[in-house]
Design a binder for this molecule. Sequence first.
Ligand SMILES: [Zn+2]
Length: 455
Amino acid sequence: MIRILTLSLLLAAPALAAPGDADDAKAMLKAGIGFATVKGRGQVPAYADWLKSRLVAGGFAPGDIVITPAGETARLHLVWKGSGKRPPLALAGHMDVVEANPRDWTRDPFTAVEEGGFVFGRGASDNKFDTTMIAATLIALKRQGFKPGRDIHFFLSGDEETSGATAAAQAAEAKAAGVELLLNGDSGGGLVDDAGKPLFYSLSGAEKSYADYALTVTDPGGHSSRPTGSNAIAILAAATAKVAAYQFPAEISDITRASLRDAGTKTGGALGAAMLAFVANPKDTAAIATLRASPDTVGQIGTTCVPTMVSGGHAENALPQKAVLNVNCRIWPGVGLETVRGDLERVVADPRVKVALANDDFHSAPPSPLRPDVVAAVTKAVATARPGVVPVPGMDAGASDSLFYRAAGIPSYGVSGLMMRGEDVLIHGLNERVPVAAIAPALVHWRVLITEMAK
Ligand SMILES: [Zn+2]
């Protein structure tokens, strides 16, 4: 036993986490929560400076880490030079967090509180958890003399929850540096049951893109006592009903085929059977109808668009001069925003209704291929951190920074090291928290993942 252990330690250098690593990472996470990196508060640069000081204390040269201001926020870029055996690898996370109102929280959201086995605070999970775990792992590896076989770039963005401008800039930097693929700590991850037994792990290989479209009707209007037969609100109402009733074509990809097959087996019942029937035949209309009827699966089989806001008219006693509908779309990876705009125009089929993207901030990106090297490394990382779990490829309904990298042609994978109970997933919500017990496995996860991908 001892002999085998010694051998495996020799072979598997560097060793897994040292005792105390998890305590250090926890202290780092708690300190990080203390920076209120909400949009508009100007705290991201301070958090970036602090992270840099930690990385420098951990052995990186100050010149290896560049912090670039961007208005009141900033982005951080660490380069760890490798032997150049393979093209560079990138790791990513984000430093900003969504707003939290202290009046609504049980504890101050911007002072980390450890209580009942949890660390509470805004950003405890999204995304200071994985950002901290990656930084702590890089520091540990550096200290132990790990020599990467390829350059490792670590990109931390500063406005993921809002505009995504810093990630867009970093995606361009990654492309220019020849980065081959990105591992993002801001998506993927898994769930455990109440006893801490792992249930599943999702390796996120695609994200739907988000876009809002404005449907606008304008009319000369007039006095409400003299109806003209042309009414902007009535015209928009008819268009609204058509959009609400429309179903985009059913779609399937390598990623959703794998995730639906896995979920179908685990879910069982009519819904599980429909998932498996759809995987076997993506044109099975009965299966499609069943999957569309469930909010849990409708988004996994195609683009969805729903009316979400409406405004119109300007006085009780005037014919409306304008009516506007917002249609929110979650677009299948790889489908262009203009294609969806054209679909909405065709569905409405009324030239009086103008259909336009609500603004220019939206982007679409293709899914990433399921690279065997990534699948193998994530499988090993997850199995080492949480024995018994096999990652399943998944598609996220929301968008992360990965969207910008994928749009730049860099395959990107959501590979968070965080696994916790479903009821502890309070991302963006009140009393956001992570279990202290999730820290040690996350360090193992990132260590195996980084050493496997950069050996
Ligand atoms: Zn996030």
